[in-house]
Design a protein around this ligand. Structure first.
Ligand SMILES: [Fe+2]
Ligand SMILES: [Fe+2]
Length: 217
């Protein structure tokens, strides 16, 4: 689902041209000072604006890690597509996996514009040179793990992503506004967990093993 508001540019093009730090005739220090004042004042930065190297690399590193996390988060869930207990659960999990890969695509696109080619990002990820959220280093041992990830990990992610909607880097802020539309993941996770808790003793034990850490998470 796409939030239509997320597609609106933050500033009109005419207004952007007047941003003083985009003026190439000024020296670097002056541009840096103007840039900082703009950002501190709540101003947004577009991909085509001038930006200091520290800002560019900082935003790139952050967005790349976020993209890696969306992609790596899919791997433990993907294993359960063929093991989902019912067709309805399989469809819901397939939709979630598709959403998360889509989030990774959107974020790699944002990172790419900052100067690092997508191939290089994937190579660095595979070689272990870049990071992703450590929660996805743990295996998913039971179907309860899948419910808990969708319910609690996604809930935590949405809280973090809501704050990122105010990022000074406008393409990232806009992407966050699209991605934050994923409360359906939480509802799917809660439904899986509530069903199991109201099910057999074995299902309850599976959820309990997870929540006490005995399931390896
Ligand atoms: Fe996501
Ligand atoms: Fe999600």
């Amino acid at each position: 689902m796409t939030d239509p508001l997320a597609l609106e540019p933050v500033l009109a093009p005419a207004e952007r041209g007047r941003l003083p730090f985009n003026d190439a005739d000024r020296d670097h220090d002056e541009r840096l000072e103007l840039f900082e004042a703009h950002v501190v004042d709540g101003g947004k930065v577009e991909a085509t604006d001038w930006m200091p190297d520290e800002y560019r690399t900082g935003v790139l590193r952050f967005v790349e890690m976020h993209a890696n996390t969306e992609l790596m988060g899919v791997l433990p869930e993907r294993e359960w597509l063929i093991r989902a207990p019912t067709l309805r659960r399989k469809l819901a999990l397939t939709a979630k996996v598709q959403d998360e890969v889509g989030h990774a695509q959107l974020l790699y696109r944002v990172a790419e514009d900052l100067g690092k080619p997508r191939d290089a990002m994937i190579e660095d990820l595979l070689a272990g040179r870049t990071k992703f959220h450590n929660v996805f280093h743990y295996p998913t041992r039971t179907w309860a793990d899948i419910g808990i990830i969708a319910w609690l990990v996604d809930a935590a992610a949405i809280v973090a992503q809501q704050a990122l909607r105010d990022s000074s880097y406008a393409p990232y802020a806009r992407t966050m506004r699209k991605i934050c539309w994923e409360s359906v993941h939480i509802m799917h996770g809660r439904d899986v967990v509530v069903t199991m808790v109201n099910g057999t003793a074995e299902q309850r034990a599976m959820v309990k093993r997870h929540s006490t850490g005995g399931g390896g998470r």
